[in-house]
Design a protein. Structure first.
Lengths: 219, 87
């Protein structure tokens, strides 16, 4: 069983030049940065806020904040990592305003060590996502990730959906690398567990799970 | 290796950032532990399904609306006196 192939990042060689031009007041250079990253920021914002209107606001507010604070960007990290950090903070603020009864913090303690131990181990059908239409699948994935705590969703989306490295995720979220790894493991395992009911291989006659066939032959 | 030890290393294993001896130990465990094999395989699928899902794609019309709103706000900020940067 091989490792997951990460997404390949777009080249950013000219990015620093765009940032320098934007710092000097060139709005068109900043607009180019917006074009590069608005889809990513929107995705991250909607994963965190779970609300489309909030995500739209976050995109606008995050880019405006980035523009207003370009002087603070010293170029030690990638512009995108710096932007993600701003966007995550804006999204968390939205979430706090929407759910004032619940404290939302990325560095909150994450319960016990046992909460990610798999309770249900059942093999999935081959290509389980193909059992559903695109719209059905999106609905399943949306509802499933919705149930995860904000701290887990955020780490998962940055690492596994957006393809940031563990170190970049730690930097963007102001967490330590071990904290990112621990949250990522729990997020992945909890999502897996929640998806079981949709993707589980079932015996055709009585609904019981069947033995896996051996899959890719690595066993 | 116990199952709990396997789980502890699962994230690094899936991310391919693990040293060769540990990787060999994990794969030895996978060769006989059905439960860990299934957890590992379905966790990998979970990640791939989310990564490929195009969940929360930004529609083109909304993207143009947002881009134009951001540009307007940046320009208006510039007119009202941008924070001068030292570079």
């Amino acid at each position: 069983m091989g490792a997951i192939q990460p997404k390949v990042s777009e080249p950013v060689s000219d990015e620093l030049m765009l940032v320098q031009r934007a710092k000097a007041g060139d709005v068109e250079a900043f607009e180019e940065l917006v074009r590069r990253y608005d889809r990513n920021v929107f995705r991250i914002a909607q994963h965190i806020t779970q609300n489309r209107e909030d995500a739209e606001d976050v995109v606008q507010d995050a880019f405006l904040k980035a523009y207003n604070n370009l002087a603070q960007f010293q170029g030690q990290s990638k512009f995108y990592t710096w932007l993600v950090r701003i966007a995550v903070n804006e999204a968390l603020m939205k979430l706090r305003r929407r759910r004032p009864e619940r404290t939302v913090s990325l560095d909150e303690e994450v319960k016990t060590e046992d909460d990610s131990v798999p309770r249900e181990v059942a093999d999935w059908s081959p290509n389980p996502e193909q059992q559903y239409t695109q719209a059905e699948l999106r609905d399943i994935l949306d509802r499933t990730i919705h149930g995860l705590p904000a701290t887990f969703r955020t780490v998962f989306v940055l690492r596994d959906v957006e393809g940031l490295s563990t170190e970049e995720t730690a930097e963007a979220l102001d967490l330590s690398v071990p904290a990112v790894k621990s949250r990522l493991l729990r997020a992945r395992l909890q999502l897996r567990e929640r998806l079981n009911k949709y993707f589980q291989r079932r015996d055709r006659s009585n609904g019981l799970q069947s033995k896996p066939s051996g899959g890719d032959g690595t066993r | 290796m116990k199952c709990s030890e396997f789980l502890h290393e699962l994230t690094d294993y899936l991310d391919g950032v693990i040293d060769a001896p540990t990787k060999a130990e994990l794969e030895e465990h996978l060769s006989w532990c059905h439960n860990c094999y299934v957890v590992c395989d379905t966790t990998k699928k979970t990640i791939e399904i989310y990564r490929d899902s195009k969940l929360y794609e930004l529609p083109e019309d909304l993207e143009s609306k947002l881009r134009s709103a951001i540009a307007t706000r940046c320009k208006s900020h510039k007119k009202s006196g941008p924070e001068k940067t030292a570079g």
